[in-house]
Each structure stands twice: as structure tokens, then as C-alpha cells.
Design a protein around this ligand. Structure first.
Ligand SMILES: *Cc1c(COP(=O)(O)O)cnc(C)c1O
Length: 384
């Protein structure tokens, strides 16, 4: 939209605008895709290998292995560590389902550690208390694009010899005290689902690691456990990454830093404007940047009367989302009867108050203004 400042009338803002991003790099993307179509090499091959090298370099990891999704990145990581039934894995109850689904799919059981109320990430003190001899891994999630508090977690990992698997699905490029998401734990698990900061044109994912043995094992597992054609060494699966997705991702990776900068600028804009409005501290809590760099896959506020605000924003054309409205310990297929409401109070409270606002890089100032004004309008109406 060509905005002649103050003259563009905004009456709606989507949560995400993938089409806008595509149109801004259409020529590059179309050329990359037709390169793959012309080669007719769709499974693995040079595009996938090149993406693996580029992601490894981008993250500062020794190895990167392309896989079919973020969920599969988690599953193959757990498989490579030999996690199976009888094992326990500790993770957060406040994350996307796949973090927990991957553990349960392998027959292992999940132990939930509650989260920190400021960052929404797993609380290391809780993790420490929950470690037993059966604990075989911990999965911290870098939620919304900000790293979990890795130093105390890595200390626990070292003292208890329990590996950390980073669920970095929302956090590509995020940094923590000079290190990058996906390079601190045994593996880093990335998703290139279209709504992630680096989004494919379908499903795709990546595992990063500095451990050669793990990298080799994951390469084996993702391709039916076959070292050479039709010689199946271990029980793996089809967890491969498509060449066409790799080609799209290679183009987008070149733009990722500038997009992340724009996400951060959008976040700073909201936080400043919401503070100026007087709503912060009374009706709203804005996100805290505790660990640089936050890459803002989501900009999530806590809001008083969240559902009322969401409805009002929706009625005014503003797309929002609730990540997540049910904590995982209370999900039907997860709760084996061990869990009840009140067990993980910080996560449960977060589920009742969080709201994600549009944060995609291409947002205009006029669109952000419209959103902040609509929020202000809601709370001034509800006071009347
Ligand atoms: C998106 C996401 C996943 C799963 O990724 P898919 O590519 O959709 O399988 C896992 N964990 C978290 C935290 C995510 O946000």
C-alpha cells in the first residue's frame, strides 16, 4: 500500500501477510523454484545440501540437517538420543503441542516444569527439582523468539548428564549472551512452517548440532535409517526435506536479518505507544526483552479482559491469536489423569491472559497506529 501519510484509511490489519512478503521478493523466489523444477530433482540433492550449509553458518553450528518439519526435527533429535518408553523428558506446558507430541510419540513420558511469568519460558529452578534418574532429556522452548534462560539449564545438563534439546522453532537468529539459538544444547530444532520467521512454502525443518555423531545419526534416521540405498541400519523414517522448500528458504534466508530487524522495530513501536497510552501497568503488560536478540516471531501482550479485547479488535478488523489457550498438561491426549487445573499455575495464568498482535515485518506505521488506537478505544469504552 502506497501510504500518503495521514491519508491512508486503515480499517483492518491481518495477523500475518505472507502475500506481501512474497510479492516483495517474487522474482528471486520464482527463479529459485523454477531452477528446481527444471532440474526435476525434488528429494534432497544440492539445494538441500546448500541450505544445510547456509543454516549452519547462519546459526554458527557445526552441522545442520534438513528435515520435513519442526515436529520431525524434535522427533529425530529424541530418536538420535535413544529416547523411548520408560524414559522421562522434561519440558514446558506452555508451548506448541509438537514439543510434547514428539516425546509421547516415542512412548516416553513428559514431565512438566512451570514457566517464568516474565519471559513465558521454562523456569530452570523447576527443572532442577524435577530431574530424576529416569530423566533422559530436557526440551527448553525459545518461546515467541526469545531464548530460554540457557546458562542455568546447561549447568543442570552438565551436572546431571541430561542433554538439552532446544526447541528453536520460533527463534531462528535469536541470541543469548553471545550465543545463538540452536547452538547451545545437544541439538537445535527449527521449523520453517510458513508463519515462522523463516517460512517455507509448505512444511520444512532443520536440526542443528555441534556433535558429529548426532549429526550422522540424524542423517541416517531421516532417510529410513539407510546408510546406502536399501541397506537399513537403524529404524528411521521419511523425515526428508524437499528440494523446492530448500530453494525457497535459501532465498528467504538472505532477507531474514532485515526482517528480524523490522520485527524488533515493530515491537519497540508497540511497546512505546502502549506505554504512552497509560495502559501498561494498568490493563496491559508488554513483552520484556530479557535476552538479546529477541526475534519476535510473536509480540504477545498480557491483557485484562483478554477475550473482550480480542473480540473488539476482531470486530475492527484486527487479526490476533492466542498462543496458547490450553496448557499442554490439560490437553485431552496428554493428560493421563495425573494433571489437574492448578498444577502449573504460571502457565495456566498465561493461557488466560496472553494475546498476540500482528508483528510481521511488512507492517506499516499506520497499521500499527490503528491497532494501538483500537486497543485504547476498547479500554476507554469499557471504563465508561
Ligand atoms: C511451530 C512449532 C513447532 C512445530 O513445527 P512444525 O514445523 O509445524 O512441525 C514446534 N515447536 C514450536 C515451539 C513451534 O512453534
Amino acid at each position: 500500500m502506497k501510504s500518503k501519510k495521514n491519508h491512508t484509511i486503515i480499517d483492518s490489519v491481518p495477523l500475518l501477510d505472507l502475500k506481501g512478503q512474497y510479492m516483495s521478493i517474487k522474482d528471486e523466489i520464482d527463479a529459485a523454484m523454477s531452477r528446481v523444477v527444471e532440474s526435476q530433482r525434488f528429494i534432497m540433492g544440492p539445494e538441500v545440501e546448500a541450505l544445510e550449509e547456509e543454516i549452519a553458518e547462519y546459526c554458527g553450528a557445526r552441522y545442520a540437517v534438513g528435515v520435513s518439519s519442526g515436529s520431525d526435527a524434535l522427533i529425530v533429535s529424541l530418536m538420535a538420543l535413544g529416547i523411548s518408553s520408560g524414559d522421562e523428558v522434561i519440558t514446558s506446558p506452555f508451548t506448541f503441542f509438537a514439543t510434547v507430541g514428539s516425546i509421547l510419540r516415542l512412548g516416553a513420558s513428559v514431565t512438566f516444569a512451570d514457566i517464568d511469568p516474565v519471559t513465558f519460558n521454562i523456569d530452570p529452578a523447576q527443572v532442577e527439582r524435577l530431574i530424576t534418574e529416569k530423566t533422559k532429556a530436557v526440551i527448553p522452548v525459545h518461546l515467541y523468539g526469545q531464548c530460554a534462560d540457557m546458562d542455568p539449564l546447561l549447568k543442570i545438563a552438565e551436572e546431571s548428564s541430561v542433554p538439552m534439546l532446544e526447541d528453536a522453532a520460533q527463534a531462528i537468529g535469536a541470541r543469548y549472551r553471545g550465543r545463538t539459538a540452536g547452538t547451545m544444547g545437544a541439538t537445535g530444532c527449527f521449523s520453517f512452517f510458513p508463519s515462522k520467521n523463516l517460512g517455507a512454502f509448505g512444511d520444512a525443518g532443520m536440526v542443528t548440532t555441534n556433535d558429529k555423531n548426532l549429526a550422522d545419526r540424524i542423517r541416517l534416521l531421516r532417510n529410513q535409517g539407510a546408510e546406502t540405498k536399501y541397506a537399513h541400519k537403524v529404524l528411521g523414517g521419511n523425515f526428508r526435506l524437499d528440494a523446492i522448500q530448500a530453494a525457497v528458504l535459501r532465498v528467504k534466508l538472505r532477507h531474514l536479518d532485515s526482517w528480524s530487524d523490522k520485527r524488533r522495530a515493530n515491537a519497540a513501536f508497540y511497546t512505546e505507544r502502549l506505554q504512552d497510552s497509560g495502559l501498561v501497568g494498568t490493563k496491559i503488560v508488554t513483552p520484556s526483552i530479557v535476552h538479546e536478540n529477541h526475534v519476535f516471531n510473536q509480540y504477545v501482550i498480557r491483557a485484562e479482559d483478554r477475550d473482550g479485547l480480542r473480540e473488539f479488535l476482531g470486530a475492527n478488523g484486527v487479526g490476533t491469536e492466542i498462543y496458547y489457550h490450553t496448557p499442554l498438561h490439560l490437553q485431552e491426549c496428554v493428560n493421563d489423569g495425573r494433571h489437574k487445573t492448578g498444577d502449573l499455575p504460571v502457565a495456566e495464568e498465561a493461557c488466560a491472559s496472553v494475546l498476540a498482535l500482528p508483528i510481521f515485518p511488512e507492517l506499516s506505521d499506520a497499521q500499527k497506529d490503528y491497532i494501538v488506537n483500537t486497543i485504547e478505544q476498547y479500554y476507554s469504552n469499557s471504563q465508561a
